[in-house]
Ligand binder design. Sequence first.
Ligand code: XIL
Length: 453
Amino acid sequence: MRSSRTSLRVRLAALLAGAAAVGTLVTAGTTTAHAADTPLRDLAAAKGKAMGTAVTGSKLTGTYGDLAGAQFNWLTPGNAMKWGSVEPTRGTFDWAEADQIVAFAEAHGQEVRGHTLVWHSQNPGWLTNGTWTPAQLSTLLNDHIATEVGRYKGRLAAWDVVNEPFNEDGTYRQTLWYNGLGTGYIAQALTAARAADPDAKLYINDYNVEGVNAKSTALYNLVKSLKEQGVPIDGVGLQAHLILGQVPSTLQQNIQRFADLGVDVAITELDIRMTLPSDSAKLTQQAADYKAVMNACVAVARCTGVTVWGFTDSDSWIPSTFPGQGAATPYDENYAPKPAYRAIAEALGGTTTPPTGACTATYSVASQWNTGFTGQVRIACSGAALSSWKVTWTYGAGQQITQAWNATCTQSGAAVSCANASYNGTVPDGGSVTFGFNGSWSGTNPVPTVTLG
Ligand code: XIL
């Protein structure tokens, strides 16, 4: 975040003493060395949680790959494992991106959440356009699960077996599967997944089920009934595609009630969208929202972790799906961590360095003659900004300001104080302001140490 600072003390070492030569410049070293922030995955692990992200396989190089590998310990393929991706033509499979992501995860000590086996969306055309008897549908379902789960047997931590089975009012969504097989398709899919990989945790995943509401209560009742029937179900995924400022107040309570049923809970697709353009107030609100979600997961032992649906705004589904909305992830489009990133780290018990950047003041002697000189001070900002400024310094014996421009300067004894004029108090990030002065000197005319305050 670029923050505006009106008060910033920067001490500048005077590098030269003695009579200054014409054009002598003293530059200020103000960069503070920061220890690297602890990666989110390590902070999460220390809390017994996981921190995940959805990824796009083709992007897993360069900065994107570095951050995905370093910061997260769960990966979810954003699209690569969906039916339409893996079997675009019946019987012809394309595992390239899914395999790549699994290999990347294994190389980086990460777990993979498989997403997703049974859904109404992103299915291949041959499947959705076909006319199937219930028996055929049942076979298609079982074969698909056996094939895909079987391919990655022993390598995936979890599967979103069934995705988005409910309508907002808690009734079942009318899908290919529901219409053909009734509610039994859910138990059937879970049972098939368990048979194909007994070690993978099996989840039902949905959106708008983060708070206590009709939809999440329907999901709750389904999970309860599946447990009672002995159907394999290990967890519930709360997608959490949230709107700025609208984290449900009942999130933690809702997580807890699922946990109390004896299943794990994961936040599986977290993003928090805002109306574009973003500004610092929205980003601050977003940070608070991210923190609230993280806190709710941290507070419940059976909440296993939080996955963000894309970690950078350059790899988010929001702008194309919700026109005019975006900036929903913890990193901006240039991979700079946003306030949301720091909020996540803090919720996981980490401390983060403040945004780097500073404004510096540099004193130089532009010209000098037998008893007089012309000096100047340049104030420059990078990664920070000022809305007013004052520069102070202490002269040696015999140095006296006689006249200043582009600042109001006063000298009392050896102490000089120069404040901005009415028109140049603002120094934007990346900008600079210079003021000048004439003075007299005797003996020596050293460059003083200046302080920007
Ligand atoms: C989204 C992907 O991120 C997009 O790239 C794709 O075009 C559409 O699907 N709920 C889900 C995810 O379970 O699979 C969806 O992912 C987002 C909503």
